[in-house]
Design a protein around this ligand. Structure first.
Ligand code: SAM
Length: 258
């Protein structure tokens, strides 16, 4: 019989990783205001109907899923999915009293509730699709098609690759511009009336410190903004009142299932 020795170092690392995930989930919940504003505007423009069943893929801590639940009303349903268990925990805790709102740990590739039947009227994603690896983006599109009813809509708001973005060793970077997203939908087929726009959206932060906190918590968890301060600083403009503006090259995709 092999005796398994308690590995103190690994145990400590697991605790650190868990604390880091908790801290990022909490920071994300506190400083994602500008991103939430952009996402709410995108959702309003979709003209959701009362009674719609809506999936929110990559829902984070659930703020916009709740926004969707309010629009579709008690006869509708908003389902938030995220692979980050800490974010789902915060979302569930915040909105446990809301009847037409559910959250699940899952993802766009491995799966989510009702992913293999035409169940949802609208499949939404805000600020998440750009982080899905390119091969998985194709699976995302296929799965979104499968879970939508005939006449259903796929709507994605995400970031485009910044043309002058410098690669930071070890950090995750964005891969696609407008044409890349367009080609991807054409290659996969399935959807009709695919429209891919590329608006520039200004995110405003109270200070550079707040921007850095959001930047890390939002997705760049593999990046320490303080180690790359010069590079990160180049992304923003400091306004006269000390606030900073980050002009985000965004991607706005809508597509229909016949
Ligand atoms: C920047 S947050 C956006 C949260 C929220 N939708 C918003 O707009 O505020 C991106 C989220 O995408 C999630 N995510 C990453 N890969 C994913 C995938 N393959 N499927 C679903 N969600 C994913 C992350 O865990 C993260 O919570």
């Amino acid at each position: 019989m092999t005796l398994v020795k308690y590995d103190e170092t690994r145990h400590a690392c697991n605790i650190c990783a868990k604390m880091e995930a908790d801290a990022n989930a909490k920071a994300y919940d506190e400083v994602s205001g500008p991103q939430i504003e952009a996402g709410s505007q995108f959702i309003r423009e979709l003209n959701l109907s009362l009674g719609d069943k809506v999936l929110d893929m990559g829902c984070g801590t659930g703020h916009l899923t709740k926004y969707i639940a309010d629009i579709v009303g008690p006869d509708g349903q908003a389902v938030g999915i995220d692979p980050d268990a800490e974010r789902i925990k915060i979302a569930e805790e915040k909105y446990k009293a809301v009847g037409n709102l559910q959250f699940y740990v899952g993802n766009s590739v491995i799966g989510f509730p009702n992913d293999s039947e035409p169940y949802y009227d609208v499949h939404i994603s805000t600020n998440a699709f750009h982080w899905v690896p390119d091969d998985d983006k194709r699976i995302y599109i296929q799965k979104a098609h499968r879970c939508l009813k005939a006449g259903g809509k796929l709507a994605i708001w995400c970031a485009a690759k910044m043309l002058n973005e410098e690669k930071i060793e070890g950090a995750h970077t964005l891969t696609q511009v407008q044409e890349g997203y367009r080609d991807m939908f054409q290659e996969v087929g399935l959807f009709n009336n695919v429209v891919v726009d590329a608006p520039i959206y200004p995110y405003r932060y109270e200070s550079f410190e707040e921007f850095k906190r959001w930047f890390k918590a939002s997705a760049r968890q593999d990046l320490d903004p303080d180690k790359h301060a010069d590079l990160v600083k180049k992304l923003v403009t400091t306004e006269d009142d000390g606030q900073v503006t980050f002009k985000v090259p965004c991607i706005h995709i809508t597509a229909c299932k016949n």
